[in-house]
Design a protein around this ligand. Structure first.
Ligand SMILES: [Zn+2]
Length: 343
């Protein structure tokens, strides 16, 4: 990446109201068949334009073609029965009715590769593509087949690697794995979670990222955050091993969170996507607030390794709020970029 402080988003952006109910997770599609396919492509174009107009450097599909960052990927796999549902606790936080693993899991055909090719054809800018991480995938399923979280995660890692290699061939520059579960199951992360992630990126030549956040701005997450106390040290448990891992970029929640920023010292040497936009509030940050977060991070992240970003996806926000936040992110990065260049 040649641009200093290249901006990007963690992933999802709001969908247009003609495609899906706004400000809702798991919102059902409003179109069907061929209309849905072209509707998703139109939404992707709009989402790309929204990022480009704001001046975002590394663009994405805004996750316009998926209902949910984990579920949509799993829907395309065999071995998972979506009609056989069980209620489980997601990341020790909230109950959800989830599908069941009933046999060996596999990927009969590519999941997002056509969408990635479509995005690639729309822009020459660097593009980032998000996939769910293996540990976060197993946490949204009931397993009646492997009966081992580690083994199921390993199988998913192999499948993700197939998908990632095809995304890379489609011209994706950065492949990101979303692992909010890394903020919850610390022992497992250190025992096998990071190993599974490294299996998922095996043989890739493009850049790779892992996104670890405190979740979307939905009530279950904001309620959970209230129980975490005044200092959030969750990252501390997994940073030392992540620093040693093969993953190139670590995407984190930093703005308005109670994460002590000095924890970033533990991943010194890695590229860091610094979350400088709070996705759990409709209040739009000022460029100066974004700049302040980036300046703090610069104490622990070398300037050529700092990637200004959002704390998490913005799917549950209104389009106007998301646009305002994208503009603030780009403007805040520009302030700090100019300061660095003036030195
Ligand atoms: Zn997130």
């Amino acid at each position: 990446m040649k641009t200093l402080l290249p901006t990007s988003t963690a992933g999802s952006l709001p969908k247009p109201s003609w495609l899906a109910e706004p400000e809702t997770l798991w919102s059902p599609w409003k179109l069907q068949g061929e209309e849905l396919i072209s509707g998703k492509q139109d939404a992707l174009r709009l989402s790309l334009q929204q990022q480009q107009l704001a001046g975002i450097d590394i663009v994405s599909d805004g996750e316009q073609s998926r209902q949910h960052f984990v579920t949509t990927f799993i829907e395309h796999l065999s071995g998972v029965d979506f009609n056989k549902r069980k209620t489980v606790r997601i990341r020790n936080r909230y109950d959800a009715s989830v599908p069941t693993v009933v046999g060996p899991v596999s990927r009969p055909k590519p999941v997002f590769v056509a969408d990635a090719k479509f995005l690639r054809a729309q822009t020459t800018q660097p593009i980032k593509w998000a996939l769910p991480g293996p540990m976060t995938m197993i946490d949204t399923l009931h397993d009646d087949h492997y009966k081992s979280r580690e083994q199921l995660a390993w199988e998913f890692a192999k499948i993700l690697n197939q998908e990632a290699k095809e995304l890379e061939a489609a011209g994706v520059d950065i492949i990101q794995f979303d692992e909010p579960a890394f903020n919850v199951f610390f022992d497992e992360v250190n025992e096998w979670g990071i190993k599974c992630l490294e299996r998922a990126i095996e043989g890739l030549k493009c850049e790779t990222a892992v996104h670890i956040c405190y979740g979307y701005g939905i009530k279950a997450n904001t309620d959970w955050k209230k129980t975490l106390g005044s200092e959030w040290r969750q990252y501390e448990a997994v940073f030392p091993k992540l620093q040693q891992s093969n993953i190139d970029i670590i995407s984190l929640e930093c703005h308005n969170s109670h994460v002590p920023i000095e924890l970033l010292e533990l991943i010194r040497g890695k590229k860091v996507m610094v979350g400088a936009i709070d996705v759990a509030t409709d209040t739009i940050e000022t460029p100066e607030q974004v700049a302040a977060t980036l300046r703090k991070a610069l104490q622990y992240v070398d300037a050529d390794k700092l990637y200004p970003c959002t704390n998490c996806g913005m799917a549950p926000l209104s389009r106007d709020v998301a646009t305002g936040k994208l503009n603030a992110l780009a403007a805040g990065a520009e302030i700090v970029r100019n300061e660095l260049l003036a030195r």
